[in-house]
Design a protein around this ligand. Structure first.
Ligand SMILES: Cc1ncc(COP(=O)(O)O)c(C=O)c1O
Length: 421
């Protein structure tokens, strides 16, 4: 048996080797203990699991399918590319899996109010959706920069009955939104659950989020083995997923951990390039990303020489975060997963190509995974297989993409439209 078939992280203190843990003010400890207890009970409770499975099926539309990207594979002339279609999940991304799971926990704990943070807005929409479904009051914090670039998602949340509170501090993005959500939680901890959106934060959050997202990998593993489900009838040679906090990547990686012949590749946001310093590639830049504690957990954190959290940049709001989920750091140390990055420009190329060749407009986050596939697939044989977690759809990103791609000379340019008619 390999080391990974007995993989049992985190340990009883919530650590993933040297990473993870629980670095929070004392006032939050009882709430985290209560959450851990509620989760452990739910995890072993058939009724909870049956209710979640029912909602996954009847509300989210699970199982999401696997799609063979035939034209993209042919275009790249290498490995066969398959897409796990989380973009087809209700509300548009994988985030709904975790939001629904945690919202059911809120019901179990008898709490009446949810606070959440959101970057791309996708987790905020998923949380607002779950809160509306279960009739729970919901407040979402969002950096004002992100509110600007994700305006349709802000409107969606409001429509779903959630209060959206803009955060105008720091970089006005996800990190600052998390600070505010935690502040609200500390103040209202008796009545309120903090519904964290990625595999981050103090124990038990990284485990809870990973477990709720692992439905992606469990389904995908079965579908890949089963030709009738659209798969190639074999396990993939590589799985590629984008990594913000890391929840969609862990969700698809986890059920494949013991299949050591399957490469697990996480793609971070390379922004304007590593040398520019304007990126969120925590593993690719040892200069700025060092071990540290952010939002209650120890992992790689982008920081300046004084240990202040560094400003990050990505064209995709969902990957624009200064730290990375602690379990990714451990899997990397164990040599089980690898990490690379895609720049904004490469992601835009992935975005354009998948749209044009497959009729699927991906989220800009997911387009980072596609961007890596554009490099990887041609290096592999035609009998080999890549599985990509298409974590979300691109509706929310049309405005950003229109500005970035529409400003370039060529077919997508918006500049000379009037003259051309
Ligand atoms: C579509 C999509 N993919 C990926 C991410 C990144 O998050 P994670 O790394 O937790 O999957 C986000 C975050 O908002 C997202 O909206």
């Amino acid at each position: 048996m390999s080391e990974l078939s007995g993989y049992r992280w985190p340990d009883e203190r919530g650590r993933f080797g040297p990473y993870g843990g629980r670095f929070v003010p004392e006032t939050l400890m009882p709430a985290l203990d209560e959450l851990e207890e509620a989760y452990l009970q739910a995890y072993n409770d058939h009724a909870f699991k049956a209710e979640l499975a029912r909602l996954f099926h009847t509300y989210v539309g699970r199982p999401t399918p696997i799609t063979h990207a035939r034209r993209l594979s042919r275009h790249l002339g290498g490995a066969q590319i398959y897409l796990k279609r989380e973009d087809l999940a209700h509300s548009g991304a994988h985030k709904i899996n975790n939001a629904l799971g945690q919202a059911l926990l809120v019901e179990r704990m008898g709490k009446k109010r949810i606070v959440a943070e959101t970057g791309a807005g996708q987790h905020g929409v998923a949380t607002a959706t779950a809160a509306a479904l279960l009739g729970i009051e919901c407040v979402v914090y969002m950096g004002t920069v992100d509110m600007g670039r994700q305006a349709p998602n802000v409107f969606r949340m409001k429509l779903l009955g959630t209060a959206v509170r803009g955060v105008d501090a720091g970089s006005k993005t996800l990190k600052d939104a998390i600070n505010e959500a935690i502040r609200d939680w500390v103040t209202n901890v008796q009545s309120t659950h903090y519904l964290l959106g990625s595999a981050l934060g103090p124990h038990p959050y990284p485990t809870i989020v990973r477990d709720f997202q692992s439905v992606i990998g469990r389904e995908a593993r079965g579908q890949m083995l089963d030709e009738a489900s659209g798969g190639p009838g074999r396990l993939p040679d590589a799985i590629v997923a984008c990594v913000g906090g890391g929840s969609n990547a862990l969700g698809i990686f986890h059920p494949f951990l013991a299949d050591e012949q399957v490469r697990l590749i996480g793609v971070e946001a390379g922004g304007r390039g590593i040398e520019s310093g304007e990126h969120a590639a925590r593993f690719a830049d040892p200069e700025t990303a060092r071990l540290g504690v952010l939002h209650g957990t120890r992992s790689y954190v982008m920081q300046d020489a004084d240990g202040q959290i560094a400003l990050t940049h990505s064209i995709s709001a969902g990957l624009d975060y200064a730290s990375v989920g602690p379990e990714h750091a451990l899997l990397r140390d164990l040599g089980r997963s690898e990490y690379t990055y895609a720049t904004d420009d490469a992601a835009l190329e992935g975005f354009r190509l998948l749209s044009e060749l497959e009729g699927i407009i991906p989220a800009l986050e997911s387009a980072h995974a596609i961007a890596h596939v554009l490099e990887l697939a041609p290096q592999m044989g035609r009998d080999q297989v890549i599985l990509v977690n298409l974590s979300g759809r691109g509706d929310k990103d049309l405005d950003t993409a229109m500005r970035a791609l529409g400003a370039r000379p060529g077919r997508l340019s918006t500049e000379n439209e009037v003259n051309e008619q």
